[in-house]
Design a protein around this ligand. Structure first.
Ligand code: ZN
Length: 296
């Protein structure tokens, strides 16, 4: 009887060790990267504290200053591509490290939309969109990526913050004006482009449109699955989206649009900090850092 009891205890202990090992393995497969979503969220709160980043407004100028100074602080060379399009001044902000040609361009627009024409209250359609998710979340993620990529001394990557993406269906304006100018004025094209847009919603479902590179997204989805983020990185949709990746696609650059188009606060006055999730920022950041480590 005693022997059997000792054997039982040994088996029990072996089981405990086995379960602990499985647990450790699980933790190691879903480990977090050095991407710090709290830091990304901090960048976002600063961007939002200035007000909607409407081209021509002081808050827009302050956003340009903040993006530029953060890139500098994180060790990047910054170039501002300034000009005028459709009579509107614009500034694309380009961060680079080293002198190597750009292999990978990571992009985000940073302007906020002039009118909240999707708001549930028609009286608010002439209000400005705060743009915490639409323009803000992706900008904050790129800024946090700039901190990590600098620590890793990554060259051959450009971070581009596009101006006036979000002013379509407004008299005298159009969509994606900044990125169109960027592609027009840069004859040297990157090997590939990854665009982030509206990546921070609470119910994050990244779903690229059909006009988005399938192979690059397959790789990104595989990396997301390693973190068990599968539910947040859906297969490409059937729909087409006009976004800042389109001028690159038209120029023959394989480009992916990482977008969550089902945000209920899209182009409303509720697109504010409350409706951005720190966990969503962590998921997109982990996935991108790990994908970059694998492929660049
Ligand atoms: Zn928008």
């Amino acid at each position: 009887m005693k022997k059997i009891k000792e054997l039982d205890e040994k088996i029990f202990l072996l089981c405990v060790v086995f379960i602990m090992l499985i647990g450790l393995f699980e933790i190691s497969t879903i480990r977090k990267t050095s991407f710090d979503a709290q830091n990304a969220f901090y960048y976002l709160t600063i961007l939002q504290s200035k007000g909607p980043r409407i081209p021509g407004y002081a808050a827009h100028d302050m956003a340009v200053d903040f993006i530029t100074s953060t890139l500098h602080k994180n060790g990047w060379q910054v170039e501002i591509q300034a000009g005028e399009v459709n009579g509107h001044p614009y500034r694309n902000i380009i961060g680079k490290m080293g002198t190597q040609a750009t292999k990978l361009l990571l992009g985000s627009h940073y302007d906020s939309r002039l009118i909240a024409d999707n708001d549930h209250n028609p009286d608010w359609h002439n209000y400005q969109v705060p743009g915490a998710n639409d323009g803000g979340s992706s900008t904050a993620v790129l800024l946090e990526l700039s901190r990590i990529l600098a620590v890793d001394n990554r060259t051959g990557i450009a971070l581009v913050f596009f101006d006036i993406e979000d002013q379509g269906r407004i008299d005298g304006w159009d969509w994606i004006l900044g990125s169109r100018e960027y592609v027009k004025r840069n004859s040297a094209k990157p090997r590939m482009m990854v665009l982030l847009d509206m990546v921070g919603g609470h119910n994050q479902t990244i779903q690229p449109p059909s006009n988005s590179d399938k192979e690059i997204y397959r790789q990104i989805q595989q990396v997301a699955a390693q973190f068990k983020y599968d539910d947040h990185f859906l297969n490409a949709s059937q729909g087409v989206i006009l976004d800042d990746h389109v001028p690159f696609l038209e120029a023959g650059v394989p480009s992916v649009n990482l977008i969550d188009i089902v945000d209920p606060n899209w182009h409303t006055t509720q697109d504010d900090l409350e409706n951005v999730s720190i966990f969503s920022l962590q998921r997109i950041g982990d996935t991108l850092i790990e994908w970059i480590n694998h492929t660049h």
